[in-house]
Design a protein. Structure first.
Length: 221
């Protein structure tokens, strides 16, 4: 299912802030900076000869990624863990899916990707089900990751006349069962005053893993 939304009014943001203001982010005291072995050494059998996450991470990228980052969040019983993923996965949507499938979780694993100040992607893998949300379809003009997401969603890259609008696509209920409904996600994605990493930090706070998310982001710096 693909969904696009209209811009949200400023009044909605004020109302949403009042609703979310008292949300307390649950977090786990223990945190390991390094990604677990099962995420860092998986073989990608879809690639010729196979490629491991470690090889991807150490490979030469076209650029240094700037403010790009990728992380995986997953819940075990009553706590959340967040680990960074190799930077190369900000350019490899299939690699993200493969990595998320290696991390079992009672509520599915969640991939959070931010690409500079341009857009963000949410990916949730729960068994055989894959849900994806792209914050701005126009990013597909310049970014391969966004094009790959649209291909997964079976959505065409927008025409030139549509490039003046910031429109999201994908499953806006991707995190609804965790406390972030479609309207809330739409409001965050449509807030042009927030950078992608700030939106993802807000999402982490809403769901309850803000501290673990921030630690993961800090290790990427």
């Amino acid at each position: 299912m693909s969904v696009v939304i209209e811009p949200v009014s400023a009044d909605f943001y004020h109302e949403a802030d009042s609703l979310w203001g008292n949300r307390v982010a649950g977090d786990r005291d223990r945190y390991d900076d390094a990604a677990p072995d099962d995420l860092r050494s998986w073989p990608d059998h879809s690639r010729a000869g196979g490629v491991t996450m470690t090889e991807l991470e150490l490979g030469d990228d076209e650029d240094d990624g700037g403010g790009d980052f990728a992380a995986v969040a997953y819940r075990e019983e009553n706590y959340w863990d967040v680990y960074q993923l190799p930077m190369a996965l900000t350019q490899d949507f299939k690699g993200v899916l493969h990595a998320l499938r290696q991390q079992p979780s009672i509520s599915g694993s969640i991939g959070l990707l931010a690409i500079g100040d341009d857009f963000f992607v949410l990916v949730r893998v729960y068994g055989d089900d894959v849900s994806v949300f792209l914050s701005d379809v126009t990013a597909s003009v310049d970014w391969q990751l966004a094009r790959d997401v649209l291909e997964h969603l079976d959505i065409d890259v927008p025409d030139d006349e549509d490039l003046d609008q910031v429109l999201p696509a994908g499953d806006m209920s991707v995190l609804a069962d965790l406390g972030l409904d479609e309207m809330e996600l739409g409001a965050l994605a449509g807030d042009l005053d927030l950078y992608p990493d700030e939106v993802l930090a807000s999402i982490a706070e809403r769901i309850g893993f803000q501290q673990a998310f921030q630690r993961a982001v800090d290790t990427m710096g």
